[in-house]
Design a protein around this ligand. Structure first.
Ligand code: NAP
Ligand code: MG
Length: 489
């Protein structure tokens, strides 16, 4: 009699036991007020909005909403701190405060990571291993520059710009706050920061740390609210510089508002990166890189590798390996350490992703989705890829900002360069090949601010980051990241 040999199916025969990160040690202020002049205060009109956990739609906290009058208070506090204290302080002393912020983020790293995952939906593994350590690293890096500006700008005197208005998105809430605050403070500016409406909580935890550090009142002010609050900050006459990270649409609007006012501005906007895979690349490693490129942080990443270009002769093999790998991705509770893909940040964003998936199908693309079961409550989307798409498809041209990959093939280097550059964006890109010469030649020809080679989505505070074309103006990170916050004499 023949016995049937059963092979172990990794998708149905077993699963990981849940490994939930505890929330016992978390303290969230209720309500969470505005942080102005070193104090937590309610808004002038006492208005609050709710921030929810996108994984279960439950309210986490009431958050004070800043109106025009509050924005004005925050800018006045920043101006006073700039004139009386911060711009006059010795750079070595400024540096000490920034080092202190960095160390306190490290000390409270777990609390930050859990709040980031609760408020925004990203997997705890990412907030713990990427967002929080990188945020601390940015403060450490720029703290080091505070008393060395003459080396950053040899032969020139670097003067602070004044009061900076900073507006950030919801995809990397703490990290974006760090990218904005650290270089501004190191160069002697004071700040009014506005986090995104759906993810205010880690920035407010940072405000607690800033208070604990005894940073002089008014040097950092953090106010919450939606687009109107951001707009009031942009329009405020006493703000000297606007630093904005967000969508290209809002970026253009901000540019129109500030042009001609004398304000300095930097814009870090959207992207639609080409991730290019040649037939001489290590395929398994590349598949991991493609997965990381598009599914990291649910694809809510401005530099996500959302357009994959595979050399035609290996396309079948790569796509089949990619589908297999997608089947093993764990979608679920952001606080579970096994989770690969967490919740979509908001209902609005989920609707936008679904709209694009619909468009992709209607325009003739072939869809594949990993067969994962999605939780009932909260906002979720299965990892998705499209084949049979071309340059003219909307899902190839427009930024989806979700876990949706569009795959095309190519035959020659010139063809893929042309296809990769055929986009209004130019933030990032990736090249997978065995040949160093191909990497160097391609990275010069792809018009994007960052090109990764045989890896993707790697960040370091010493590396400048920013876009070409509609992906923005100016650089953040590195020595270059000091430039927007100084006037050189
Ligand atoms: P968004 O709608 O442009 O919002 C970004 C920030 O601007 C939020 O704080 C938002 O407040 C605020 N805002 C909205 N309307 C405004 C206005 N008229 N004036 C001033 N501020 C205003 O973008 P998002 O949807 O939050 O973020 C996703 C986008 O950010 C994507 O396009 C992504 O590519 C981009 N991004 C770029 C980078 C980069 O470094 N290049 C990094 C991360 C994200 P509310 O949240 O309350 O609406
Ligand atoms: Mg939230």
């Amino acid at each position: 009699m023949k016995t049937e040999v059963k092979t172990l199916d990794f998708n149905t025969d077993w699963e990981y036991s849940p490994a939930l990160e505890s929330t016992d040690h978390i303290h969230i202020q209720e309500p969470t007020d505005l942080f102005i002049s070193g104090e937590f205060i309610p808004g002038v009109r006492g208005k609050y909005f709710e921030t929810i956990n996108p994984a279960n739609e439950e309210k986490i906290a009431n958050v004070a909403e800043a109106e025009k009058a509050d924005v004005d208070l925050a800018v006045k506090a920043a101006r006073k701190a700039y004139d009386n204290v911060w711009s006059k302080m010795k750079p070595t002393e400024r540096g000490k405060y920034i080092f202190r912020i960095a160390r306190l983020i490290q000390e409270r790293a777990r609390e930050f990571a859990v709040i980031e995952s609760l408020d925004g939906g990203k997997p705890i593994r990412e907030s713990r291993d990427v967002d929080v350590p990188l945020s601390a690293a940015h403060f450490f890096y720029y703290a080091g520059w505070a008393d060395k500006l003459e080396y950053a700008f040899p032969g020139r005197d670097a003067h602070p710009v004044g009061v900076a208005g900073q507006i950030i998105p919801w995809n990397f809430p703490l990290l974006m706050a760090a990218w904005k605050l650290a270089p501004a403070l190191a160069t002697g500016n004071t700040v009014v920061l506005k986090p995104a409406e759906t993810t205010p909580l880690t920035a407010m935890k940072l405000a607690e740390i800033i208070q604990e550090c005894d940073l002089p009142p008014g040097v950092v002010n953090i106010i919450n609210g939606g687009g109107n609050t951001g707009q009031a900050l942009v329009e405020h006459a006493d703000v000297d510089k606007i630093a904005f990270t967000g969508s290209t649409e809002v970026g253009k609007f901000i540019m129109k508002t500030v042009v001609g006012t004398g304000k300095k501005y930097t814009l870090e906007l959207g992207g639609k990166a080409a991730n290019i895979l040649f037939d001489d690349a290590p395929v398994d490693q590349a598949v991991e890189g493609i997965v990381n490129g598009i599914f990291f942080n649910q694809g809510h990443v401005c530099c996500a590798g959302s357009r994959l270009f595979v050399q035609e002769n290996i396309a079948e093999n790569v796509i089949s390996k990619l589908k297999e790998r997608m089947e093993t991705l764990i979608v679920g509770d952001p606080l579970d350490k096994n989770t690969d893909i967490g919740a979509i940040n908001s209902k609005i964003q989920l609707d936008k992703i679904k709209m694009y998936v619909d468009i992709g199908q209607k325009e003739g693309g072939s869809i594949f989705q990993s067969p994962c079961s999605l939780p009932k409550m909260g906002y979720w989307h299965a990892p998705t890829l499209f084949t049979d798409v071309s340059q003219s498809h909307r899902i190839v041209q427009e930024e989806i900002f979700g876990p949706v990959l569009a795959i095309q093939t190519f035959r020659t280097v010139d063809e893929v360069i042309m296809k990769a550059n055929n986009t209004p964006y130019g933030l990032s890109g990736g090249v997978w090949t065995d040949k160093g010469s191909k990497i160097f030649s391609l990275s010069k020809k792809i018009r994007a601010g960052v090109i990764w080679a045989n890896t993707f989505n790697k960040f370091d505070p010493s590396a400048p980051f920013g876009g070409y074309k509609e992906s923005g103006l100016g650089r953040e990170g590195g020595v270059e990241g000091l430039m927007p916050y100084v006037n050189l004499v």
